[in-house]
Ligand binder design. Structure first.
Ligand code: FES
Length: 156
C-alpha cells in the first residue's frame, strides 16, 4: 500500500476523534483554555484525512499575548499545532497543563511549552515538539509549512 504523505502547505485539518471525526476543523472549533484537539492534516483535493501516526497533531489556541515570537510566527489567530508524538517514547500529547499555555504527555509527565515552540519545560523528554505552521486562508485553518523539527523520540 502507498504510504500516507506528509502534511503540505494548503492542507486543511480534520478531527481525529469525536462526533466530528474526519471532518474539517474550523478556527472557531479551537478555543483558548480548552483541552487540545487531536487532528490530522486533510488533503484539500480529496477531503480525506491523512491518517498516519507521524501526521498526528495536537492543536491548541492561546491568547495572542501569551504567544512568544517563536510560536507566534507559526500561529493562526492564536492557534498552534504540534506533532503529537512525545519526544520521550512517542505517546500522543493529549492534555492541557493548568497553565493553559503548556501541553502534557500523560505517559511519563513530560511538559512542553506551546507558547514557545514546544520547548521542554519538564522531562523526561529532552527534545522540543516539532511545530507545524498554520495560517487562516479564506476563513479556513490551513497548514502553512512543514514540521520545523524531527518527530517523536530520538532514534538510537
Ligand atoms: Fe511522553 Fe514518556 S512518552 S513522557
Amino acid at each position: 500500500a502507498k504510504s500516507t504523505r506528509k502534511p503540505e502547505p494548503g492542507d486543511k485539518l480534520a478531527f481525529m476523534l469525536g462526533p466530528k471525526e474526519g471532518q474539517q476543523i474550523q478556527p472557531g472549533d479551537i478555543e483558548a483554555g480548552k483541552e487540545p484537539t487531536l487532528a490530522y492534516p486533510m488533503d484539500p483535493q480529496t477531503g480525506k484525512a491523512l491518517v498516519a501516526k507521524a501526521n498526528l497533531l495536537t492543536v491548541v489556541r492561546l491568547k495572542p499575548e501569551e504567544l512568544q515570537p517563536a510560536s507566534a510566527k507559526n500561529a493562526a489567530d492564536g492557534i498552534v499545532a504540534f506533532s503529537s508524538l512525545c519526544t520521550h517514547y512517542g505517546c500522543p500529547i493529549t492534555t492541557l497543563h493548568p497553565s493553559k499555555t503548556q501541553i502534557v504527555c500523560n505517559c511519563h509527565g513530560s511538559i512542553f511549552d506551546a507558547a514557545n515552540r514546544g520547548a521542554v519545560t519538564q522531562g523526561p523528554a529532552t527534545r522540543r515538539l516539532a511545530m507545524l505552521p498554520l495560517a487562516i486562508q479564506d476563513g479556513a485553518l490551513v497548514v502553512a509549512g512543514k514540521f520545523d523539527g524531527p518527530l517523536g523520540p530520538p532514534t538510537s
